[in-house]
Design a protein around this ligand. Structure first.
Ligand code: MIC
Ligand code: SF4
Length: 642
């Protein structure tokens, strides 16, 4: 049997392990990207590794998350990022240049390369034929320093596309369809590989919108082949020389084949409060809409923006509705400005926002209480918008624009206006002046460290035994937004003691202070959770801040990939229940103990003593030798610098 494209690229980068799904493999990373909200910690950890300069082909540091700059903290972080980048040979993408994933696709993504990014939507790069994976900042720091990235050798599912999307149906609807099929849990260790005749009908930015939201399914990454469409996109970006043709073997072997007929897909939405809660627009039509936000790394390409501009040209934003638009990159914004499309949006009454994450991360444009907000972004977790009771629906740019005109959820096919078929331009506007650096280190640079930048906290090696309290018990599908809120709290990303005050803030505001009290008494803190713990972002702060609060273990029914890796990286043991029903035998506040933890981890099962309930519970923890070493050392930083 032949090989999938995923296998071909991974095998050509594999420096440890072999192709056997489920086993740990170590891959060489060609490119890295960071964004500011995870980047400060990444580079502080990179500095702690005392490596002279970057070892990758290319490393880029973007500033796109924390651009609001209320107070000095964001600006100080930017200055740290700019100077640390110059010192080590990292390209610095200045604030205003755009959202990391969109910009990376435009200017740096290359077929056949591996990309590791400290952001869960790094798989956007799969749209151009890369193996692009999201990870915690510490894993990215190790990769920048030339270390391998370890992950589970994936199962590869083939998504076989046929047909062509109908007018008014777009790439966003394809990935929402995928979410309907795959849901948001149970896909850990899977790569989605798109093939079939339908692939050629999708442009690179459309493919990227699809691979972007693979993150919501919890897959490792998604990938499209590199074909003539890819070649045309690279040519239009002035990078034709970087094109190579890439495809799976004709008889490639896959773990599963899922056919999708593009012409059968209709406009869809993810209803509150999960990207997996899929409804058709036909089911939702008529619902009054208060706010529409268009942008984010999923849907802010040139085509997305021009489509919206053409729908709104000569029309006016519905009176009760607020429209925000954030073009994904400075390239898109400049092209919109020069072509007059931006004027069409301004004339319609759009509030034009910076090319940045903005509303998507909840640090601006929070809706009013109970508002219905239609967004083209990728996550609608409860409270992420900054308004706990707001109802967020994730939709395509076409559906978003239709609501702007009518004030309610509307099937764009029923708008009664001609469909604006927007082609990918044959030449994009190329202006790289907002990238600083030439990839070479400059040891004379003084790294700027403002008062908001603290050293990454150190952890002690794993103790002999765990003795403490179940400090919190939570249910299924707990996202990293539940664990470590972003939005208004984002500015504390570089200040761990301060940020740690907000762990589980919206679930139980007493959590952090209760942890600190236990820690002072020498008691360990333990978290108990249901299925799919740690969904969503790659933010390592959802492990780093709990580590600071003295969390030694998380016991869950199941974990999501990036979060499980982050827990190990910060010396927190990810344990699962051997028997599902035992989740009921443990309550918040229970006193528990695990003796001889190191020996037990080496065995197959771990026995937890629930002292309050006077019973034992069997737990499981499958670790590679490498992961065991990291846990024993108290985390990856101790392990890497030993
Ligand atoms: C997100 O979309 O949740 C974020 C903010 O981009 C995160 C990264 C972060 O928390 O800084 C992600 O997706 O990894
Ligand atoms: Fe930024 Fe939103 Fe994309 Fe995260 S999902 S990188 S916050 S635009």
């Amino acid at each position: 049997m032949g090989k999938s494209l995923t296998r071909k690229i991974l095998e050509s980068h594999m420096a440890d392990g072999r192709w056997e799904s489920g086993a740990e493999i170590g891959i060489k990373i060609d490119q890295t990207l960071t964004q500011d909200a995870t980047g400060t910690m990444t580079y502080l950890q990179f500095e702690a590794m005392e490596i002279e300069s970057i070892k990758t082909e290319l490393s880029v540091s973007y500033v796109d998350h924390n651009t609001i700059q209320v107070g000095f903290e964001n600006a100080d972080d930017h200055k740290y990022l700019q100077t640390v980048a110059a010192r080590y040979g990292i390209i610095y993408s200045r604030p205003g240049n755009g959202i990391c994933h969109q910009v990376h696709l435009e200017r740096f993504g290359r077929p056949g390369k591996t990309l590791l990014g400290s952001d869960s939507h790094t798989p956007t790069g799969g749209g151009i034929g890369m193996i692009a994976i999201g990870a915690g900042g510490l894993d990215v720091a190790v990769a920048i320093g030339g270390g391998l990235f370890y992950t589970i050798c994936p199962k590869v599912y083939n998504i076989y596309l046929t047909g062509k999307l109908n007018n008014w149906v777009s790439a966003k609807d394809v990935v929402l369809k995928m979410l309907e099929i795959f849901t948001v849990k149970g896909n850990v260790g899977v790569v989605l590989e798109y093939t079939g005749p339908g692939v050629a009908t999708l442009s690179v930015p459309e493919r990227a919108a699809i691979t972007n939201m693979g993150a919501e399914m919890g897959v490792t990454c998604s990938i499209f082949p590199s074909d003539d469409v890819t070649k045309r996109f690279l040519k239009a970006q002035g990078r034709e020389g970087q094109w190579i043709e890439l495809a799976p073997d004709e008889d490639a072997e896959y773990d599963k084949v899922v056919p999708i007929e593009l012409d059968k897909i209709e406009p869809l939405a993810a209803a509150p409060h999960s990207p997996g809660n899929i409804k058709t627009i036909q089911e939702l039509k008529g619902l009054k809409v208060d706010q529409v936000e268009i942008g984010s790394c999923t849907n802010s390409s040139y085509k997305d923006m021009v489509t919206v501009a053409r729908i709104l040209k000569g029309r006016t934003v519905y009176p009760d509705l607020s429209l925000g638009i954030a073009p994904g990159s400075r390239q898109v914004l400049q092209m919109m400005a020069r072509s007059g499309r931006l004027a069409d949006l301004i004339n319609a009454g759009a509030r034009i926002m910076e090319s940045a994450c903005g509303f998507c991360i909840g640090n601006s444009q929070s809706p009013s209480s109970k508002a219905v907000s239609l967004r083209t972004s990728n996550r609608n977790f409860e409270g992420r918008s900054g308004t706990k009771d707001a109802q967020i629906y994730l939709v395509s740019p076409e559906v978003a624009a239709a609501a702007v005109i009518t004030g309610e959820i509307t099937d764009p096919r029923e708008l009664g206006i001609p469909y604006p078929a927007v082609e990918t331009p044959s030449g994009f506007l190329i202006d790289d002046s907002m990238f600083l650096g030439d990839g070479k280190p400059d040891t004379s640079v003084q790294i700027f460290r403002g008062p908001n930048i603290g050293d990454p906290p150190k952890n002690a090696p794993l103790p002999e035994q765990i003795a403490g309290e179940i400090t919190i018990k939570v249910g299924d599908k707990i996202t990293t937004d539940h664990i470590m809120p972003a939005g208004a709290r984002l500015k504390y990303r570089s200040n761990i003691p301060k940020y740690a005050e907000f762990v589980f803030e919206n679930v139980d505001a007493t959590f952090s202070s209760r942890c600190m009290k236990n820690k002072e008494k020498g008691k360990h803190n333990i978290i108990v959770a249901g299925f799919s713990y740690g969904q969503g972002s790659s933010r390592e702060h959802a492990a780093l801040c709990p580590m600071y609060l003295g969390i030694k273990a998380v016991i869950a029914q199941s974990f999501e990939r990036i979060h499980a890796a982050n827990l190990i990286n910060f010396g927190i043991i990810p344990l699962t229940f051997a028997r599902e029903e035992d989740y009921e035998k443990i309550s918040q506040g229970d006193n528990i103990g695990i003796n001889n933890i190191v020996d037990q981890l080496r065995g197959k099962e771990i026995v937890l003593e629930n002292k309050t309930k006077n019973l034992n519970i069997v737990l499981v923890c499958e670790l590679s030798e490498r992961q065991m070493g990291i846990l024993l050392a108290g985390g990856l930083l101790n392990y890497a610098v030993k």
